[in-house]
Design a protein around this ligand. Structure first.
Ligand SMILES: Cc1cc2nc3c(=O)[nH]c(=O)nc-3n(C[C@H](O)[C@H](O)[C@H](O)COP(=O)(O)OP(=O)(O)OC[C@H]3O[C@@H](n4cnc5c(N)ncnc54)[C@H](O)[C@@H]3O)c2cc1C
Length: 537
């Protein structure tokens, strides 16, 4: 039986570390802090732990990282005990896993749920943070760790009349715990990003009709999920050490084997056979195991896209619909590619309609449906699969005020300024693993590096009698210069999500680390080797 949440440490109690956000990174940060003997309190706005895997409970929500590469690697015992049932587990399993971890390691008593942080203020004299939640709980801590996620603030488009709709309305990122009944309903799904393309095929057999509103088509390819067989399970259990070593050394955080050839090294026939192999390979390997020059040479990428176009045209019977589904404004990897099951196939069902918002823009939502420039369609349910305020959404809403009264929301008004994607000058003793400017790839893998860096830095300060940690201006400037320098080499197009492109009014500054894991490692090593020179007081 899980230990109950302990609310005895109420307002005013000091702790060493406050962690905000009970997602996969926050739970890991809590684990390492607790094991190292710090007093620690975690605040989570949701009614349960799991972060992404607590909120996104829509039908079809699942990993596109292989389950066992996404889960924790810090405990072999955990690895041996937990059997992932599928190569790409669905949301309920991941939520169960994260709850299992919290209970196994006795972390639940430290977690205060239903606790939305509304302000966190730095006090220079006491070198501590005063953190407050919406229900009036207050706590002071030497360190504040914000593991609030980059995809945790659901976003709705600015459409007139959105609130007027009288039917059922849901956002995929705020999905209710109670089952939603789709039976016999006329359903609209708005958005064809990663969530929209996951949910739509899952409900087509239950609905009376499904209308999918698409603004920007993406290059969706098969996830190629499968159950984990007893043989594979035995292999995973027997090879923990080597799998962990491989993941820890991997630039992308995946086990996929990078290809050694460039696109035009192969003949047309060889290329076609290789593309077929990649099409049938799991999840992100379309990016990580594809030809080496896929993201470096336009002609190479266009060749892969031509293959994908042919696939889409082969699956979707109505060629006018296929036309709409084929991206014309970006090559593969220009936007974050989604991984799907039965997505293109579903357009062959008579009950499924695709509406291109490029051709017929949204006009308004009314009490009974959605009006586009070609007329009105009536619905019983609208599903907003319209994504998140990526990158800075949660941290800018937390009311963080650093040294000299500097508000993070204002400081980042033109986009985030960070060091390693996890510290900011002017905000001492604040860390935000998994924040904007982290590396890219399998999230928990590089996020764990940031958690470890945070933990080791705090430990170093404790052991050497320092109480204030702040990244020096030149440290932050060097990291930001790296981002600016490498940004043009990123495959992501400038109006996309990773530039804040989906968030109305959001300043455009690149929100990822285009130098990836190698740059993250290099900067971290430099800081550690210098004894965190310039960071400690
Ligand atoms: C549908 C979906 C599928 C995904 N699939 C993958 C995948 O397969 N592979 C992959 O690598 N990545 C995936 N991601 C990205 C995913 O977000 C990360 O993998 C990972 O879950 C991030 O963990 P985190 O701990 O940093 O943040 P989160 O899991 O987002 O947790 C942050 C927590 O902070 C809480 N919080 C935020 N603000 C406050 C506040 N003010 N007060 C209190 N609490 C607050 C939130 O409620 C949330 O619980 C997916 C994302 C989504 C949305």
């Amino acid at each position: 039986m899980a230990a109950p949440e302990d609310r005895s440490a109420e307002s005013g109690t000091d702790v060493d570390v406050v962690i905000v956000g009970a997602g996969i990174l926050g739970i890991y940060q809590l684990y390492v802090a607790d094991r190292a003997g710090y007093s620690v309190r975690m605040l989570e706005q949701g009614g349960g732990v799991g972060g992404t895997w607590y909120w996104n409970r829509y039908p079809g929500c699942r990993f596109d990282s292989e389950s066992y590469t996404y889960g924790y690697l810090f405990s072999e015992e955990l690895w041996q005990e937990w059997d992932w049932s599928e190569e790409f587990a669905a949301q309920p399993e991941t939520e169960r896993y994260l709850n299992y971890v919290v209970d196994k390691f006795g972390l639940r008593p430290h977690i205060r749920l239903d606790s939305r942080v509304t302000s966190a203020t730095w006090d220079e004299d006491s070198a501590s943070w005063a953190t407050r939640t919406a229900d009036g709980f207050e706590i002071r801590s030497r360190y504040l760790v914000s593991t609030t996620g980059v995809l945790s603030v659901p976003q709705f488009p600015d459409v007139p009349g959105r609130e007027d709709f009288a039917g059922e309305s849901y956002h995929t990122g705020l999905w209710p715990k109670e089952p939603v009944d789709f039976e016999g309903k006329r359903v609209a799904v708005i958005g064809t990003g990663s969530s929209g393309v996951q949910i739509a095929p899952m409900i087509t057999d239950q609905v009376e009709s499904l209308t999918l509103y698409q603004r920007t088509p993406s290059w969706a390819t098969p996830l190629n999920n499968h159950p984990i067989s007893a043989k594979q399970q035995a292999y995973l259990k027997a090879n923990f050490a080597s799998i962990r070593a491989e993941l820890e050394a991997s630039v992308t955080g995946f086990l996929h084997k990078p290809a050694t050839r460039n696109t035009f090294d192969d003949t047309a026939e060889e290329r076609r056979a290789f593309y077929e192999e990649i099409w049938n390979s799991p999840g992100f390997s379309k990016l990580t195991a594809n030809y080496k020059d896929l993201l470096l040479r336009q002609e190479a990428n266009a060749e892969w896209c031509a293959f994908l176009e042919e696939k889409i045209r082969g699956i979707v019977k109505d060629q006018a619909t296929a036309d709409k589904l084929i991206p014309r404004d970006h090559l593969y990897g220009g936007l974050r590619p989604p991984y799907v099951a039965d997505y293109y196939e579903m357009f062959n069902k008579p009950t499924v309609t695709l509406v291109s918002l490029r051709e017929t823009p949204l006009v308004k939502v009314t009490a009974t449906g959605i009006e586009t420039s070609d007329g009105m369609r009536e619905f019983d349910m609208i599903i907003w699969a319209t994504g998140f305020d990526f990158g800075t959404g949660a941290m800018r809403r937390m009311g963080i005020v650093g040294a000299g009264g500097l508000a993070l929301g204002d400081h980042w008004a033109a986009g985030p300024l960070t060091y390693l994607g996890m510290m900011a000058h002017g905000f001492p003793n604040l860390f935000f693993p998994g924040g904007p400017h982290g590396a890219s790839g399998n999230n928990p893998r590089y996020g764990a590096l940031q958690v470890d860096f945070t933990h080791n830095l705090i430990g170093y300060a404790r052991d050497h009698g320092f109480r204030r940690i702040e990244v020096p201006t030149e440290g932050e400037a060097a990291w930001m210069a790296m981002i600016e320098k490498l940004r043009p080499y990123s495959s992501f197009q400038e109006r996309g999500q990773y530039y804040g492109g989906n968030t109305p009014g959001k300043a455009k500054r690149f929100l990822l680390n285009p130098g990836g894991r190698p740059k993250l490692d290099a900067f971290m090593s430099r800081a550690v080797e210098s004894g965190y020179q310039g960071f400690l007081r």
